[in-house]
Design a protein around this ligand. Structure first.
Ligand SMILES: [Zn+2]
Length: 410
């Protein structure tokens, strides 16, 4: 009898759990209405690598990866920052040449899909794009190594439409320290400070994702405009050096900035991070398999590596060798940051097509689930709109205002 009761109770608990999961996964009419009427901005996507492949059609729906026009539409993604990226080890004129080619590849997509995409360089242009039913397409340069220590290159990128630059990627640049390299400059060098001043003047957002804590504080002390982290999560939940501490999030917010939460499982979940650290042979085996599937050192194979890396990681999760991370972990990071600094300083920077996505957030079509989850947590509609995009638009407007002022003075 006891046993039977137990079994019934377990069955009921199971049924409840199932119902809860279904409730979280299915998006209510209220959430859909809110999501699709909001301006949804994603400040970091690595899809640019795929654009370098002449056979890749952004206008077609793909089974692989996370981003294409049909899936952005289905997920209500209104504005996307395509990341211009290459390893920080590529430097000098080669880095400039490759970055320029990537910027042109993004611009070429806008030319090819004029009914769906439009280049946006200001907050107002994003709002106009939304009104016209087009996806605002923006450009962010992920790594100061691509300016080859030359302000005229920075100006050229701004002229081509780049609206943020991440000061470093995962290794130091000649003028700024990265969070995942040994300190070489104690933050920003004098030239690094000039770069930040020039970005303020040009109206290019200073992106502090990836930089060392000292670089971050040097930027905060110097920048006349608010700054953002285009794709960083909370270090209090997952102790990755490129995530932000609670104090950093507070100091960023005090200057009007925004932390755009990154969806990569290794930055969301301590459990995942621990599992990776505990058995380094797993990552070594994944890297080896990635190299086998995408053997060439070309930029096109970098796209292949990013996609295959995600697939192989999923195989390891399926085999029980790495923990399964659910998309609700994104909500946990958003909520942590909101509890620290309020809803005015948190946004979305997925790292789609450049990282390992959690279960339930495999691509852009799943974005309305974030709106649903925040509603279920009791967030107000206006706070959700801020997190989905309005906070980023506010930072952009401020950066534009400061740029105008600085140009007047000269
Ligand atoms: Zn990154």
């Amino acid at each position: 009898m006891l046993r039977r009761q137990f079994r019934v109770a377990t069955l009921l608990a199971g049924a409840n759990l199932l119902a809860m999961n279904m409730a979280a996964d299915s998006v209510s009419e209220r959430a859909k209405k809110l999501h699709f009427s909001s301006i949804v901005v994603d400040t970091h996507d690595d899809t640019t690598q795929r654009l370098l492949d002449p056979k890749f059609d952004l206008g077609a729906r793909h089974a692989e990866g996370s981003i294409d026009i049909p899936r952005m539409k289905e997920g209500g993604l209104d504005a996307i920052f395509f990341s211009i990226w290459m390893s920080g080890k590529v430097t000098g004129p080669e880095a400039v040449e490759r970055a320029t080619a990537q910027i042109n590849a993004v611009r070429e997509q806008i030319r090819k899909h004029p009914n769906e995409l439009v280049l946006a360089t200001t907050a107002d242009e994003i709002r106009t794009a939304k009104k016209r039913g087009k996806i605002a397409t923006l450009i962010g340069v992920e790594g100061g190594h691509m300016i080859n220590s030359d302000l005229s290159v920075l100006r050229a990128y701004a002229g081509l439409g780049a609206r943020y630059m991440t000061l470093t990627h995962s290794v130091n640049v000649e003028w700024a320290d990265s969070s995942t390299d040994k300190s070489a400059h104690n933050g920003l060098t004098d030239f690094g400070k000039e770069v930040v001043r020039e970005m303020n003047r040009l109206g290019v957002i200073v992106d502090i994702s990836h930089v060392s804590d000292k670089t971050f504080y040097d930027v905060l002390a110097l920048s006349k405009a608010p700054v953002f982290a285009s794709h960083s999560s909370c270090r209090a939940i997952c102790d990755a050096p490129r995530n932000m501490t609670d104090q950093m999030i507070k100091d960023l917010a005090a200057k009007g900035g925004v932390i755009q939460i990154n969806y990569h499982v290794g930055f969301l979940s301590q459990e995942f991070r621990n599992a990776e650290k505990k058995d380094p042979s797993i990552n070594e085996a994944i890297s080896k398999e990635v190299k086998r599937r995408c053997p060439n050192e070309t930029e096109m194979d970098e796209a292949c590596q990013l996609l295959e890396g995600d697939k192989i990681t999923r195989d390891y999760v399926a085999a029980g060798k790495l923990p399964k991370v659910d998309y609700t972990k994104i909500i946990e990071h958003i909520d942590h940051a909101v509890k620290l600094v309020g809803a005015d300083h948190v946004g979305l920077g997925s790292d789609f097509d450049g990282a390992n996505m959690p279960y339930g957030m495999e691509d852009a079509t799943m974005l309305p689930k974030i709106t649903e989850a925040l509603l279920q947590k009791g967030y107000s509609e206006s706070d959700i709109r801020k997190i989905l995009g309005e906070n980023t638009l506010r930072v952009m407007s401020e950066v534009e205002r400061v740029s105008k002022e600085l140009n007047k003075k000269k």
